[in-house]
Design a binder for this molecule. Structure first.
Ligand code: THU
Length: 152
């Protein structure tokens, strides 16, 4: 299907999305959101991380009575991938919430995504129910890196 790339970062490689089934990743994220443990916020989130070898990993948010200990869906998906030995490049992270029209990743999750690829894309559902694609570079420009060789 044709996905909306209007928001794609202008320097992003044209062919990066050729193997990405955006709707499938959003469906996996939506299924994971059903398992969310969100008794406090009631805000369910699911994520699907797609890697270069085609494997996908899902995650949901897991809250805690000590609110600040809550784990986000995206970081749970990425943790699963690493735990299962995933070594290829991160291609995309899809995020879905049944409680929001478009569910964008929080700042901490953006930093986690950029850790595994500076060229990953983030897929969220638009208010019309269509996949929308953003590059992690446009969602988190000037991300933190230990090797701070960039200067302004
Ligand atoms: N949440 C995520 O799972 N991912 C995000 O990127 C933002 C927020 C969760 C955390 C919490 O359980 C709920 O959404 C409300 O903040």
């Amino acid at each position: 299907m044709q996905i909306n790339q209007d928001h794609l970062y202008k320097n992003y490689p044209d062919n990066i999305l050729k193997d990405v089934d955006a709707e499938k990743t959003l469906k996996i994220a939506a299924d994971a959101a059903e398992n969310a443990y969100a008794p406090y916020s009631k805000f369910k989130v699911g994520a699907c991380a797609l890697f270069e070898d085609g494997k996908t990993y899902s995650g949901c948010n897991v809250e805690n009575a000590s609110y600040g200990l809550t784990l986000c869906a995206e970081r749970n998906a990425l943790s699963s991938a690493i735990t299962e030995g995933q070594k290829t490049k991160l291609i995309a992270v899809a995020i879905y919430s049944p409680n929001a029209k478009s569910c964008f990743p929080c700042g901490a999750c953006r930093q986690w995504i950029t850790e595994f690829s500076k060229e990953a894309v983030v897929i969220v559902e638009s208010s019309e129910g269509k996949p929308q694609v953003f590059s992690i570079k446009e969602l988190l420009p000037f991300s933190f890196e230990l090797d701070q060789t960039t200067s302004l």
